[in-house]
Design a protein around this ligand. Structure first.
Ligand code: SAM
Length: 219
């Protein structure tokens, strides 16, 4: 099939994967997961035609779906294995959770907007992604009833890595979180929990919407 520019689906997919490789996404497992999950269904309306461009795009509730290369680099930094139980804070469109579902045993994803969670659940059902549980809630407190987690990914910017999330990470686990003021460029931090404490490293600069307290107005 070709789109309005005369580009076939296969060519578009090759361009998409090439853009990821050129931004430093090197792991075949991650590239395979990104190839399997089509970003198109996660974007509706006006911006749907731009789904295969490497840029963040608006979604409902004034939120954004992250840039694919940032999704891939965060996933790579998380070092997900097939036995992992992963928590994502910030379901948004559901795209990041869908990628994780191809790499992990089980994914829990939580968002403060009910509408986003409902729409994401619908897409997960349509795609047959049965190992994702999407929950409405304030993810700053994590999901104590399912803790501890092997990996935690936060896809909204916090001023500091939230304490409850650090507490719900297994020893040996990894958390990736953008940290900094919400209206500025933030630092993407990787936290490794060891028997002796927490090791932090800064991965790159990013720009995310803020991690907010409480539920969204629609919830
Ligand atoms: N991961 C998403 C995706 O793949 O489309 C993009 C996430 S978007 C950049 C950030 C999301 O974090 C928004 O949907 C927002 O509602 C959510 N969020 C912000 N604060 C939150 C909180 N305290 N608990 C849960 N979700 C939160």
């Amino acid at each position: 099939m070709t789109d309005d520019d005369g580009i076939t689906d296969a060519e578009r997919k090759m361009q998409f994967l090439y853009a990821l490789r050129s931004k430093g996404v090197t792991e075949t497992r991650i590239l395979n997961a990104m190839e399997q999950i089509d970003r198109g269904p996660f974007i509706r309306g006006l911006f749907a035609a731009r789904a295969y461009e490497d840029m963040p795009l608006p979604i409902a509730c004034g939120q954004t779906i992250s840039q694919p290369s940032v999704v891939a680099l965060m996933t790579q930094a998380l070092d997900v294995s097939a036995r992992d139980k992963v928590l994502e804070v910030g379901t948004g469109s559901g795209y990041q959770a869908a990628i994780l579902s191809k790499l992990a045993r089980r994914v829990y994803t939580i968002d403060r907007h009910r509408r986003l969670v409902h729409e994401a659940r619908h897409i997960f059902d349509e795609l047959g992604l049965t190992n994702i549980t999407a929950i409405v809630g304030d993810g700053s407190f994590g999901l104590p009833e399912q803790a501890p987690f092997d990996k935690i990914i936060v896809t909204a910017a916090a001023e500091d890595p939230p304490g409850p999330l650090l507490a719900q990470l297994k020893v040996g686990g990894i958390m990736v979180v953008p940290v900094g003021q919400s209206d500025a460029v933030q630092s993407l931090i990787r936290v490794r929990k060891t028997a002796n404490g927490l090791d932090y490293d800064e991965l790159r600069k990013v720009r995310f919407v803020p991690l907010l307290e409480g539920l969204g107005k629609d919830s």
